[in-house]
Each structure stands twice: as C-alpha cells, then as structure tokens.
Design a protein around this ligand. Structure first.
Ligand SMILES: [Zn+2]
Length: 451
C-alpha cells in the first residue's frame, strides 16, 4: 500500500474509534482526581481503576495499579511485540490540579462540556487527554487487524501535579517492565491550533531564601535614621542587583544557549501575558531564547512588616524568596552555587546575609537526532499536514528528568495535546478537539512506523 493510503487508512481508523475514546475521556474528567488534596484519595484510586480497565480494553495485559512509598496510584500495562521488535513506553498522568475558585469557571470543572470545538473540564487536556491519546492510537491500530509490531508499555502516573515525588522509586521498582527504546511523554503543548510541536528542552532551576540583617533590634527611624541602615532597604538593593539595566539576569556564571526564534510575535505575546502598556519586556535576544534557553530570576515573596502594620522603625531584618530558572545548557548545581554566591556578595553596606537554597532541578535537552525523532517528525507532518515545530518549555517537568536519569539510552519524545488556549491548571481548561484527533493519528502513525 502506498504511504499516503496508509495514512488515510489509519486516519479513518482513528475517526472510527474517536467516539469511544471521547466517552473514556469524559468518564475520566468526571473523576476529581486532585493529587494535592488528601480528601481526594478515594477519587485517585477510582481514577486509577478506570484507567486500568481502559488499558485492559485496548488489549494490554498484566495491567496493574501500584503506589510505591505511599505515593499516588500509578497504572501500568503492556503488550509484548515480536521478538527483537523495538519497545515503546507511553506516558501520561491521571491526576489533575485543584480547580481553584469555582466561581472563575464558566462550567462545572468536573463535568465535561463541549463548546466551540473544545471540550471543557479540569483534566480535559492536562493530562487525561494524554491518556485518551494513547488509547486512541492503540485502539485505532487494533482495528486494522494486524499485529502492532512494537512492544508497548503504558504508564499512567498519579502524582505529576505534585512534582512526581515517588516516580524515581516507581521507575526503579518497575525497571524491567518500563525499559524501552523510545519513551513518549504526552504532557506538553503544541505550538498553536493546527501546528504540532515536539518539546525538546526544559529549563531547570533552584529557589533560595535570602535573609538580610543590619541591626540587633528595631530602632526609631527619627532618632537613628540617616547613618543607620535598615535591613529592608538593604534587601531591596540586594535584590535589585539580580538584573542589569536591560533586564538580563546579572548573576555571573549562567549561560544562555540559542533557541529558534520561530514566529513568536511580540505584540501577541504581550497580550497573552497581560503586560501593561508602557511596561518593557526584560532582557535582550530573541523572545524564545529568553523564555526557553536562558536564565530568569524573580522575587516571589518577601517577609517584612506589612504596610498596614508598618511603624516609623528601622527594620532589623528582612528576607525574600528568589527563584532562578536556568537554560538547558546550564548545570543545576553550578547555577545554584552561582545564585548563592551572588546573593552573598552583593548586599550593600556590609549587611549580614544568610542564604538557604533549595534542591537544584536539572534542565533537560533532548537529543533530537536518531530514528525516533525522524519517524516522529514525519508522522506529525503526515497527520497534521504541517511539519512539527521544535519548542522549549520555560518551566521544569520533574518526571522528564526522572525518565532521562532512569533510562539514559532511551530516545525521549515529549508530545502533547495542549495549545496556547488550553489554560491547563487554570479555570476553564479545555482541549481543542480537532487538534486532538490529529495528535491521535500522529501517535498511531508513530507506533506503526517504529515497528
Ligand atoms: Zn500535565
């Protein structure tokens, strides 16, 4: 059969299974599997049970639900391929973010509602659609009546939204079943509606709490102000040294690599971000390099007297929490040390500084050469009718580092079902149903061609 008819054959198969996949997705959205909420423990297990029965339904065997080290339940299922066939691990997660203020939602968060070509509901995209994506690909291929040709393992995690604390232990405990030549992590975003993306880099980072002290106790600022420095002003001056005048990060020793500028439009970007008129964007270089490939630092909290409780006092001590994101070319431990050194060295007036830095999260950079990427690029192009864009993500995704560390030889593909309007984690989260269908076809083609 010529390649184009194979694509069309599979496109028709995906279209045939889509209603059942949609029903499964809606069933999952109705389960409030909020991993951060201890009161949702029962829902977490109900969600895992539902996923397990769906995995059995697509012919996976040995479907198990397991929670290691008191973690949330994860579901694992597999089907073995022919001897010597490549093996593929498909990942998604069944837990969701809390809904926040329900008044901010236009529809009930846990009731799936279709409107304007999108399916609304918490988890409708992130990442229950990732589960549905794997189901669709496997179900569509099964209807063709031929053997899959690859070994497939599906892992549906239950604690991605709380930072995957027990995932490394889970990967360790199930290493034999999870080891694969290609790992497909379906939990990221596409570039925009109609344009698919492969996520090829993530930033890492570290946060630190910095405390500044100048006095043994507070002082009347009329009697002592002038010569005596207060700690809050000293802290402000210290924090001001984190950027240079253009807004680039001024912490020495950090690097920025190049990122494809793509067609990111600055005006559109400003609108999406809600930047006020007249406020300048920070830093130099392309927007994508500032967003994905270089460092970003921000002050996220300050402990100091509140305005309402303020008195005419020279404040003796104050502290701030600073977060640093680092580009994929940086080393997390070195960056952590650079941030600490900067904070320790830049306080004015000899103020006493103590810094306590948190865990350094490693950045990630995919190796984008090799069979899996070549096959994926072609599969995405054929399914969507548009070549995939390679994007970075400015945040960190803990589970990707866990996979990269546990399976250093596997090729890791980061795909997804989101688009810029998905509003994952926010109110009115939704899935673009047209893009979802293309994504299902792309994954089915990928599996077929990896065989
Ligand atoms: Zn997610």
């Amino acid at each position: 059969m010529p390649p184009t008819s194979r694509v069309e054959e599979l496109r028709a198969a995906v279209a045939r299974v889509l209603p059942s996949v949609r029903a499964d997705l809606e069933q999952l959205v109705r389960i409030p599997s909020v991993s951060a909420d201890p009161a949702a423990a029962q829902s977490m297990w109900a969600s895992a049970e539902a996923v397990a029965s769906m995995l059995r339904g697509v012919g996976l065997s040995d479907v198990t639900i397991d929670a290691v080290d008191g973690g949330q339940p994860a579901v694992l299922g597999s089907s073995s391929g022919p001897p010597d066939a490549p093996t593929v691990l498909l990942y998604a997660h069944h837990d969701v973010q809390p809904v926040g203020d329900e008044n901010d939602w236009d529809t009930e968060p846990f009731v799936p509602v279709e409107s304007g070509g999108r399916l609304y509901g918490r988890g409708a995209a992130d990442d229950k659609a990732g589960i549905a994506l794997h189901l669709a690909a496997l179900r569509a291929l099964a209807t063709l009546g031929t053997d899959l040709g690859v070994g497939v393992t599906v892992l549906v995690e239950g604690e991605e939204e709380i930072g995957s604390p027990t995932l490394p232990a889970f990967l360790d405990a199930h290493r034999d079943r999870l080891a694969a030549d290609v790992i497909v992590l379906a939990d990221s975003t596409n570039w925009r509606v109609g344009v698919p993306a492969l996520t090829t880099s993530l930033r890492g980072g570290v946060s630190a709490v910095v405390q500044v002290r100048t006095l043994h106790h507070g002082l009347h600022n009329g009697l002592y102000g002038g010569p005596v420095p207060d700690a809050l002003t000293a802290l402000c001056r210290l924090l001001a040294t984190l950027h240079d005048d253009t807004g680039d990060v001024a912490v020495a020793g950090l690097t920025r690599s190049a990122a494809d500028p793509l067609d990111l439009d600055e005006q559109q970007f400003r609108r999406d971000a809600g930047v006020l008129d007249g406020v300048r964007l920070l830093g130099t270089g392309s927007l994508t390099s500032r967003l994905w490939a270089g460092p970003a630092v921000s002050v996220v909290g300050i402990d100091a007297p509140s305005v309402a409780g303020a008195s005419m006092t020279l404040v003796p001590s104050a502290r701030a929490k600073v977060t640093l994101r680092i580009g994929p070319a940086d080393d997390a431990e070195a960056a952590r040390a650079a941030l600490v050194a900067h904070l320790e060295a830049h306080a004015p007036w000899g103020a006493e500084v103590t810094v306590s830095a948190g865990k350094a999260v490693r950045p990630f950079s995919a190796t984008t050469t090799g069979t899996a990427y070549d096959v994926a690029r072609q599969a995405f192009s054929d399914a969507w009718g548009v070549a995939p864009v390679e994007i970075g993500v400015g945040g960190s995704i803990d589970f990707i580092a866990a996979f990269a560390q546990a399976f250093p030889d596997a090729q890791i593909l980061i795909t997804g079902v989101e688009d810029p309007d998905t509003r994952a984690h926010g109110p009115n989260e939704s899935l673009h149903l047209g893009d979802f269908e293309q994504a299902c076809l792309a994954e089915a083609l990928l599996l077929q061609r990896l065989a």
